[in-house]
Design a protein around this ligand. Structure first.
Ligand code: BES
Ligand code: MN
Ligand code: MN
Length: 456
């Protein structure tokens, strides 16, 4: 027998999709100050929605940056309490001219919904909401106690939620968390994510001359901060992708033999991955590690951009006074953000070329996390996923970061079930981000059955 809530979700699918589109039209880009009001507007619309579907205590919780959205429903006496988490903020949409349809005008094409935030994370957030709505509309009650906590600054490090969670408020008393912000390993393959990399996001600033200088008059005598910056960056990583910061790898906890064996049996074709997902002539990285190990269980270092100097069309002969680089490192279990940042900062100071001043700043950070699968909630999740997808669940890690997940374990003492429905080619953070519509529909059904199973 199909659950009445699942039947409700199927009947109401097209209005559910309309509600997702309405949320996607709000450009809640957390990193851009000019979109601060849009972030609040998105948060307010979610509080209204939570109230409408029958949740109690729906409200915004202000932080120093964008508000959290909270609601609860605590009438399932004797049943466990789940903390449902997702984020309503999105990444900037640039480069705009590469989008086939505008990023904030959600557009359906070939079974997908295209928009910034479609999969990361509004589509998954709305799947959670619609699962709750379907349960409340059909049973007038939920099978477990539910607390909802939506965040609006995940994409900028999540400091507000981290402070809230660390303060251990009574609102967050729960037995486990449901986090919907990850992906399936392959289309149609139900997946739970059990590990995330941490990260430190930093900025290096190099200053040379007092002001911009004519490069003919001063070139040869004045230090060039971009050359100095390039020399610093070149010494952070070798050609094999090994990070050269002394002590950086100390203490890393490698995956167990069983976990590595499980990864080897995942349906993964390196050449397909190179061609279809990465699209480069060759893959790079540390020799001796598979691609999955390199992206899930090894730290890495990347440069995101180098603001400064002359970047317009044509030519300008200037020696810029300053150069900057946005540099981040992904961390794995056994590493901490504090230690990684100290080692990095000291090393950069040591290798700074003569004639320039170098400053290293931490923009945001999040600890790596590994999640236990030895609990009844994971069993409930795999049972629900088996029912909806007709297959056994695979357990994977992800190279991405969701800073708050580690804090749920650290400060609330609860495990997270990371059940997400993205696909590897959904273009997260990139032009033409999409959510596969079938995954939106089955995502709702999976969450409905998971909550029902958790309440059994
Ligand atoms: N949802 C992603 C993280 C993710 C991506 C998990 C793919 C699993 C699979 C999340 O929104 C994200 O992008 N996080 C940022 C965090 C950072 C800004 C602190 C990231 O990983 O870059
Ligand atoms: Mn996300
Ligand atoms: Mn993201």
């Amino acid at each position: 027998m199909t659950s009445p809530a699942v039947a409700f979700a199927r009947q109401n699918y097209s209005s559910f999709l309309d509600d997702l589109k309405a949320l996607l039209r709000i450009p809640s880009i957390s990193t851009l100050p000019e979109h601060k009001d849009d972030c609040r507007r998105a948060a307010e619309s979610l509080a209204v929605e939570l109230k409408r579907i029958g949740m109690d205590n729906a409200r915004l919780i202000d932080t120093e940056c964008h508000p959290l959205v909270y609601a609860d429903w605590l009438h399932a006496t004797g049943k466990p309490t789940v903390l449902i988490y997702a984020h309503y903020d999105v990444q900037p949409p640039d480069p705009l001219d590469e989008w086939l349809s505008p990023p904030f005008e959600p557009t359906e094409r070939d079974g997908n919904l295209y928009a910034r935030g479609a999969v990361d994370d509004k589509g998954q957030l709305v799947a959670q909401l619609k699962a709750l709505e379907s349960l409340l509309a059909t049973a007038g009650a939920l099978p477990v106690n539910v607390r909802v906590l939506f965040e609006g600054e995940e994409e900028v490090g999540g400091e507000g939620i981290a402070r809230f969670v660390a303060s251990g408020p009574p609102e967050l008393h729960s037995d486990f968390a449901l986090v919907s912000d990850t992906e399936l390993f392959a289309p149609g393959l139900p997946t739970l994510c059990v590990g995330l990399r941490g990260m430190i996001y930093t900025e290096i600033e190099v200053r040379g001359a007092r002001a911009d200088l004519h490069s003919g008059m001063y070139g040869g005598a004045a230090p060039n901060p971009f050359i100095a910056l390039a020399q610093i960056l070149a010494r952070l990583k070798d050609e094999d992708g090994r990070i050269l910061i002394p002590g950086f790898y100390d203490g890393i906890i490698p995956p167990s033999a069983e976990e590595l064996a499980a990864w080897r049996s995942l349906p993964f074709d390196e050449e397909q991955y190179r061609i279809n997902e990465v699209g480069s002539r060759q893959l790079v990285g540390e020799p001796g590690y598979s691609v999955l190990e390199r992206t899930w269980a090894r730290p890495t270092l990347d440069v995101h951009g180098m603001p400064g100097g002359f970047t317009g069309e044509g030519a300008k002969t200037v020696i810029p006074a300053r150069a900057t680089a946005k540099v981040s490192m992904r961390l794995v279990p056994g590493m901490t953000t504090a230690k990684a940042f100290d080692l990095y900062k000291d090393y950069v100071a040591r290798i700074a070329p003569l004639g320039v001043e170098v400053a290293v700043r931490l923009i945001h950070s999040g600890e790596p996390c590994l999640i236990s699968v030895d609990n009844p909630y994971v069993k409930a999740a795999t049972a629900a996923l088996r029912e909806v997808w007709g297959r056994e669940t695979v357990f994977i890690r992800s190279g991405g970061s969701i800073p708050i997940v580690g804090d749920f374990a650290r400060y609330l003492g609860i495990p997270s079930v990371m059940m997400g429905f993205g696909l590897p080619d959904d273009n997260l953070h990139a032009p033409n981000e999409k959510f596969h519509l079938k995954n939106f529909a089955l995502g709702i059904e999976s969450i409905v059955l998971f909550l029902e199973e958790a309440g059994r």
